[in-house]
Design a protein around this ligand. Structure first.
Ligand code: ASP
Length: 349
């Protein structure tokens, strides 16, 4: 009798252990990146150009994913992916950043940790090779969330960051866009249009092109980051949504991680990144539904164009945009590398 009891309790213990083991879900690591949204049409690319953009997006997403696969943190994964995009001349962040009205480059970036809502951001820096690294240093090594201009660079010096001359960020295609923008603005000025009306003259593509990433690591932690040169011919120390926590970047393990790209003023006014995550958390919406509601809702009706990448703690990814295209890529444990540029039917990958 005693033997039967021991055997059955051993069996019970084993089956509890087994069911605990069996119930433990696979850790759903995932990453999504973007390289800006806007008037991105296939006809504007040669096949070689398109291939080169796709290749850079693929390298960035796969480098980020490799960090996750090796057990690295989501913060390291997004930093790795964004650094690839900042170092590429194709995107409006780091090398390849747009020109300000005066012909210089002023860079903005931010990062957020979904574990505890720690965040760091920089605005208007001119000599930092990789602004995402500085945003991360602000989060991890300062007692502040956002530093700007010379003060941010003073902090960067103390942290031993890489400095470059402002002309390191120069590229011929952004120079050309700046020249065109200046011409349009000057023409508008001559015809006595006020500053606001002058800016309405600029086509949408002068207002777009940021990079960003969201990731989920094996520990179940989300992170988001965004980096940009802002908008062509920006003036008066203009700061967009990218360095603003809640507008261009947001991450909270309880809801989701978001990085945005588009006409920053609207993303600030509509608090886009935080609004999407609030809908996920409080309305129990899927990332696809919440993204759809915000990107195609009142912000679009008010004239706000752009897109977002969204990721939740179960590894669900959505990448909605209300423009012609958005450079984007994703990879997760259940989904092979996806790279998109133009409109696809399915933006939830
Ligand atoms: N959102 C950025 C800004 O307004 C621009 C972009 O996404 O291209 O500065």
């Amino acid at each position: 009798m005693r033997r039967i009891l021991i055997t059955s309790s051993l069996f019970a213990a084993l089956s509890v252990a087994h069911s605990a083991f069996a119930a433990k879900p696979e850790t759903p690591i995932a990453i999504a990146i973007h390289g800006g949204a806007g008037t991105i049409e296939k006809s504007r690319f040669t096949p070689e150009q398109e291939k080169a953009y796709r290749q850079t997006l693929k390298v960035a997403v796969e480098q980020g994913y490799a960090v996750l696969e090796q057990g690295g943190e989501s913060l390291d994964a997004i930093t790795a992916a964004i650094t690839v995009l900042e170092n590429s001349p194709f995107f409006n962040a780091g090398k390849g950043a747009v020109y300000t009205y005066e012909g210089a480059h002023e860079l903005d970036a931010s990062i957020m940790d979904g574990r505890d809502r720690q965040a760091g951001a920089v605005a208007g820096v001119k000599h930092i090779k990789n602004p995402i690294e500085l945003a991360r240093a602000v989060m991890e090594k300062s007692v502040h969330v956002m530093l700007s201009g010379e003060g941010a660079e003073e902090f960067a010096k103390r942290e031993g960051m890489s400095f470059v001359n402002n002309d390191y960020f120069d590229t011929p295609h952004r120079y050309e866009a700046w020249q065109k923008a200046r011409k349009k603005l000057e023409q508008a000025e001559q015809s006595n249009k006020d500053y606001q009306a002058q800016h309405q003259q600029l086509p949408q593509q002068y207002k777009m092109g940021t990079v960003g990433a969201v990731a989920l690591d094996k520990q179940g932690n989300l992170a988001a980051g965004t980096s940009t040169g802002g908008m062509t011919a920006k003036r008066f120390g203009r700061v967009g949504d990218s360095p603003i926590i809640g507008a261009g970047t947001f991450a909270d393990n309880e809801s989701c991680a978001v990085s945005a790209t588009g006409h920053g003023e609207y993303f600030i006014r509509y608090n886009v990144a935080a609004d999407i995550c609030a809908r996920v958390q409080y309305q129990d919406k899927s990332v696809a539904q919440a993204g759809q509601d915000v990107i195609f809702g009142p912000m679009l009706r008010a004239g706000g164009t752009g897109g977002v990448i969204i990721l939740d703690a179960r590894g669900n990814i959505s990448m909605p945009f209300n423009t012609k295209g958005m450079y984007r890529a994703s990879k997760s444990k259940t989904q092979p590398t996806y790279v998109g540029i133009f409109e696809d039917k399915d933006t939830s990958k």
